[in-house]
Write a protein of this length. Structure first.
Lengths: 446, 255
């Protein structure tokens, strides 16, 4: 079947894009404001949207991309009708929450955008589609087309692709920093104007009500974690991004500038970056608190919040019965939900460990950093026990090579680089030995 | 409702009721006025054989409404909401736990609900969270098939979630006709000609799927299998987000 073939090719070309959320849109008929996952694929990623390309027939030659002009893959392009019908039929069966539409550059950026706009117009106007639409604006297309795309989409994004201009020039020679930042700026300004217009006129046309997002590729270039989260922080501030997505580079193209095709994607590093990103968005951390120029690499063994705790041990214990919400959020193991529950529950009496447990606070890590009614001074820190409790159990889910993939610059003066801990090759230390080593090093810091 | 009376000591009887929400409220009425806290509240027919005296509580709508009103008035509408939700949950011995909570809340007022860590409150909140969590997952995991223009789906949830997903699906499919069959609780949400109701039904025989329907199912499976990145395969992660017990009703998880 023709359509089945196209679907396969254009899904295969789109799958490396990380974003798949549907949160924040406000349309009649949409009752789940937070995202709604419809399935989870075998890689554990949430499937919310029909994530496809309009076309993979791309004229650009980005070195990291499977769809680049010189790449030897099957090519296909949806007609706007095919795509609209497929989306509607999937949506009716509750397979998806909506459409995530990106595209290779067919003929020219403007021509590509027109194809995409035609498909979205069919969906919204002919089929009365109320589901979510996330569209990728094509860098280099005219501002007029970006505006029209935004009128149909709930979220619109431009991929920043690489963490630095240097990397962009090296790997995506057809894209420039300016061709990416210009549409971002335009979207940001239109969003601001649109909010004002909507405040004045109820029927003002809505422009991308769920805001804009972006994505960058991690591990294809030498950029450090510090550079990456500083850039992310600036994107959140200057361009009012809703989300920055990080995509571990999966070597699909043979190129001397890129990691070899057989090397595994840096999933642990990507995981740590997302954690750092969450700290900035929901825990009121600044990028400077997470990393600095002297320690530009995220610690593989500890999540960034535990890492901050160990380096700021004078901040603890935090008294759960008196501390502010912001301070509660600094405790390893206490997230926004637990923190809010603590603040509610303590109005009706002081909290001890039993109460915290019943509230649903996970104490495995938190107990070393809090004072409660049964222990007003906090646990005396047993260095080894504490560190052992803090070490991220998730690192076991990644293979040992993930640890060695980290940059060889020392994580902190006291801790040898993870790469040095585990010699690659056959004489490899077991992961438990590596963890023992890390426990010793980290506890020496306390 | 008498509030000054001492809390009753655990009695040596069990209450048996008809399994309806009103029936449960009458058990609350019975307990408050007789001063007896039963050792167990069971649905007639499911009651275990015990040496306890069995008190068959009759369902009386008037009494039930009085109890319901006093929950809103003397405790809070939040408490009423909690009781109505937990009653539909799969919490074990939920009736007795709810009764114990209510007896205390009638004396202590709505403040009891902010004691999130209290042993009489925490299990109910947990059951409510479990039910709402399952309802949230099912908003995504329900899979419809098209039979001649109408949509139909089967679910097998642990909690009775139909009332909690009904609004979502009627808003989403306001122009369609659809049906969701809850096989576990033998009930169905039916939305037809812009009217919805939840009916009890033992079984539903679905017609054979059309050629077009099978094609869309095949394309959905193909999309699902293609969108996964092989180099990132992580079955444990998938399992924790999408527990196996939901797979039986999901198109993409069938071979």
């Amino acid at each position: 079947m023709e359509l089945m073939n196209k679907l396969t090719i254009l899904t295969d070309g789109a799958k490396y894009d990380a974003a798949c959320t549907s949160s924040g849109a406000d349309r009649p008929g949409k009752t789940v404001m937070a995202g709604c996952c419809h399935s989870f694929s075998a890689d554990g990623r949430c499937v919310t949207l029909l994530k496809v390309l309009m076309s993979n027939n791309c004229i650009y030659n980005c070195k990291y991309c499977v769809n680049s002009a010189s790449s030897d893959v099957a090519r296909a392009t949806f007609t706007p009708d095919e795509l609209a019908e497929l989306t509607i039929q999937f949506y009716r069966r509750n397979y998806i929450e909506g459409l995530f539409l990106s595209s290779g550059v067919v003929e020219s950026p403007d021509h590509t955008m027109e194809l995409m706009i035609n498909a979205l117009a069919l969906l919204r106007k002919k089929h009365n589609f109320l589901g979510y639409i996330h569209a990728k604006a094509i860098p280099g297309s005219s501002p007029e087309l970006i505006y029209r795309l935004g009128l149909f989409a709930d979220r619109i994004s431009v991929n920043i692709e690489m963490p630095s201009e240097k990397s962009l020039a090296l790997l995506a020679p057809n894209k420039t920093k300016e061709s990416i930042l210009a549409p971002m700026r335009q979207i940001k300004n239109t969003l601001t104007d649109n909010t004002h217009a909507l405040a004045q006129y109820k029927n003002a046309p809505k422009f991308a009500s769920a805001g804009q997002a972006t994505q960058m590729i991690i591990g294809a270039t030498a950029d450090t974690d510090y550079q990456i989260i500083t850039l992310a922080s600036a994107l959140y501030e200057k361009y009012s991004m809703k989300r920055v997505f990080y995509s571990a580079y999966i070597p699909v193209m043979e190129n001397s500038l890129l990691p070899a095709v057989a090397s595994p994607p840096p999933l642990l590093r990507e995981h740590r970056l997302y954690q750092a990103d969450f700290l900035m968005r929901q825990y009121e951390f600044t990028s400077d608190e997470i990393l600095s120029e002297d320690t530009p690499t995220l610690n593989p063994y500890l999540d960034p919040k535990c890492n901050w705790a160990i380096n700021n041990i004078h901040f603890f214990p935090v008294n759960v019965n008196t501390a502010s919400l912001r301070d509660l959020l600094r405790v390893p193991g206490i997230g926004p939900t637990s923190a809010r529950r603590i603040v509610t529950a303590r109005r009706e009496g002081k909290l001890g460990l039993d109460e915290l447990k019943r509230i649903g606070v996970v104490l495995k890590r938190a107990k070393y950093f809090i004072a409660t009614k049964d222990n007003t001074t906090g646990l005396r820190l047993d260095k080894h026990l504490t560190v052992r409790a803090l070490i991220d159990p998730k690192i076991f889910a990644f293979n040992t090579e993930q640890l060695s993939l980290f940059d060889d610059t020392p994580i902190s003066p006291a801790l040898p680089p993870a790469g040095a801990l585990i010699p690659t090759g056959s004489g490899m230390l077991s992961i438990s030995e590596a963890v023992e080593e890390a426990v010793l090093c980290l506890s020496a810091k306390l | 409702m008498s509030v000054g009376k001492a809390l009753a000591v655990p009695g040596d009887s069990i209450f048996v009721y008809d399994g309806s929400f009103h029936g449960f409220l009458c058990c609350v009425y019975e307990s408050v006025y007789s001063g007896v806290v039963p050792a167990l509240i069971a649905v007639s027919g499911d009651a275990p054989i015990t040496l306890y005296a069995v008190n068959e509580v009759e369902t009386d709508t008037e009494k039930a409404e009085r109890v319901l009103k006093s929950i809103s008035k003397k405790i809070s509408s939040e408490a009423r909401n909690l009781i109505e939700t937990v009653f539909l949950s799969c919490l074990k011995e939920k009736e007795l736990l709810m009764l114990k909570f209510l007896l205390r809340a009638f004396r202590e007022g709505g403040r009891l609900l902010t004691r999130l860590g209290d042993p009489d409150v925490a299990p109910l909140l947990k059951a409510q969270k479990h039910l709402l969590g399952e309802a949230h997952l099912l908003k995504g995991f329900v899979r419809f098939a098209d039979y001649d223009g109408s949509l139909a789906a089967t679910i097998t949830p642990k909690n009775f979630v139909l009332p909690f997903i009904a609004t979502h699906f009627t808003l989403r499919f306001s122009d369609e006709n659809f049906l969701i069959f809850d096989k576990t609780h033998k009930a169905a949400l039916v939305y037809q000609n812009r009217r919805r109701e939840i009916i009890s039904v033992d079984n539903i025989d679905f017609p054979i799927a059309s050629e077009e329907e099978l094609q869309y199912q095949a394309m959905w499976k193909r999309f699902y299998n293609t969108v996964s990145i092989e180099a990132r395969e992580n079955p444990r992660c998938r399992m924790s987000h999408m527990p196996k017990r939901y797979w039986e009703n999901m198109t993409e998880m069938q071979d």
